[in-house]
Write a protein of this length. Sequence first.
Length: 160
Amino acid sequence: MTIAPTPVHLRDLVDLTRTVAAEVRAGRHPVRFDADDRWSVRLSSDPYTDVWLISWTQEQSTELHDHAGSLGALSVVSGIVTERFWTGSSGLRERRLRDGRGVGFPVGHVHDVVNTEPEPAVTVHAYSPPLTAMGYYEVDGAGALRRVRTVLTDEPEPAR
């Protein structure tokens, strides 16, 4: 079932990130690391999908965000990232994603990604349709999710 204005299914988006992650491991796409800011490069784009390569050094993170009307997926090429995601009545939950792991995000998925490990991490992200906006959130004192801003962007998790 497609849950976004795209013919791409979520499982296919996850498979795409896994395929590209294997290409990165094989040396087809060079990776750089920047101690100050996350490094990213768009690997491909068409009317239906964007694919990005992102590197993370320790404590680099995104803010709590969604991908507006896009499906999303990520696969970990190397290292470990932690995803904090909104579950509704259970609030924020966490999962650690290790190299080789791929996950998909339906429209409306609100999450944050961080590398808490001393070793750098590398991830591949894909969005369908390509990103045009992201919503940013905070959890208020009562434990409710509240949107604080929307940013028009064609980049994943733009630097703050």
